[in-house]
Design a protein around this ligand. Structure first.
Ligand code: IPD
Length: 285
């Protein structure tokens, strides 16, 4: 059967708005929900309630489509080429718990494992990012992204770079992050990238939208999941941004590979990717 992407997109937006009201009216607490793998991997009752609302609303209208959500994911679940909703009810749960308003609901839709519709909504700032593959990306449905005509990316050293520690704070991947972060910040004399600045906002979906908007030049993270990136991925690509692997060498990451680097639109994108990869100390597992 034909799939009407516009209709799905419109439904996803109305669901995101309603979910947004649930989020802004909630009192963030981890009581009754707590943390998942360790003391910094937080989940609240609101994450769970929002996912329930979103999955019920989507499945009512599209009962044959697959659904993958952060709160109901089980190890061993995998994405298939079937039409799939990929949902993070609250991306930026740590911010939500701390009442820092950089929080979003991230609703993605994939077809043949390709991110195809993306809705990222921050209910605290009423900021809505949306895109359908092949039809451009928009802020609040009216302003086309990126916000300004992209200037050339001269070199990594003139970039503003978003990074995240994530919730993995030990082992190889933590060591790769720690070394790479200091390498990015260090002076050229010390063999570093001397980037303009490093930022850690705490929401993968909003980080991708910041790259799509053009305010952030590069975003690099390993450890996040398909539901953190699916929606933002569509929005980024529709602006001419690049999505590659956080590990050096792979220009075509899979949506569920958990290692990503996003680079904004602009001449010199690929050179910046190569420069960045040259500074990565080690590789993620
Ligand atoms: C997390 C946020 C965070 C990123 C983590 C994600 P959550 O999502 O996007 O910025 O560093 O990798 O898991 O847990 O708040 O939905």
């Amino acid at each position: 059967a034909d799939i009407n992407l516009q209709e799905i997109h419109d439904l996803m937006i109305s669901i995101a708005k309603k979910a947004g009201e649930m989020i802004t009216s909630a009192h963030p607490t981890t009581e009754g929900a707590g943390s998942k793998k360790n003391s910094v991997d937080l989940v609240t009752e609101t994450d769970q309630a929002v996912e329930k609302f979103v999955s019920t609303s989507l499945q009512e209208k599209y009962p044959t489509f697959e659904f993958m959500g952060e709160e109901t994911y089980k190890p061993g679940d995998f994405l298939t080429p079937a039409p799939t909703f990929i949902v993070d009810p609250i991306d930026g749960t740590t911010n939500f718990v701390h009442t820092y308003p950089y929080v979003s609901i991230s609703l993605g839709f994939s077809l043949n494992l390709i991110p195809t519709i993306g809705i990222v909504y921050n209910p605290f700032t009423s900021t809505l990012y949306s895109a359908i593959k092949g039809h451009g990306a928009f802020l609040n449905l009216t302003t086309r992204l990126p916000l300004r005509a992209p200037t050339p990316l001269e070199s990594l050293s003139s970039c503003l770079v978003a990074i995240e520690w994530g919730s993995d704070r030990s082992g190889n991947d933590f060591a790769v992050k720690s070394r790479t972060f200091s390498k990015l910040a260090a002076t050229k004399e010390a063999g570093g990238g001397m980037v303009h600045g490093l930022r850690s906002f705490g929401s993968a979906a909003l980080n991708l939208c910041a790259v799509a908007s053009g305010g952030i030049d590069v975003y690099w993270e390993a450890g996040c999941w398909a539901w953190d990136v699916c929606a933002g991925w569509v929005i980024l690509k529709e602006t001419g941004g690049l999505m590659v692997d956080a590990n050096p060498g792979n220009w075509e990451p899979r949506i569920d590979e958990r290692r990503y680097m996003a680079v904004r639109a602009g001449e010199g994108q690929r050179e910046v990717v190569e420069e960045f990869w040259g500074l990565v100390e080690g590789a993620f597992e």
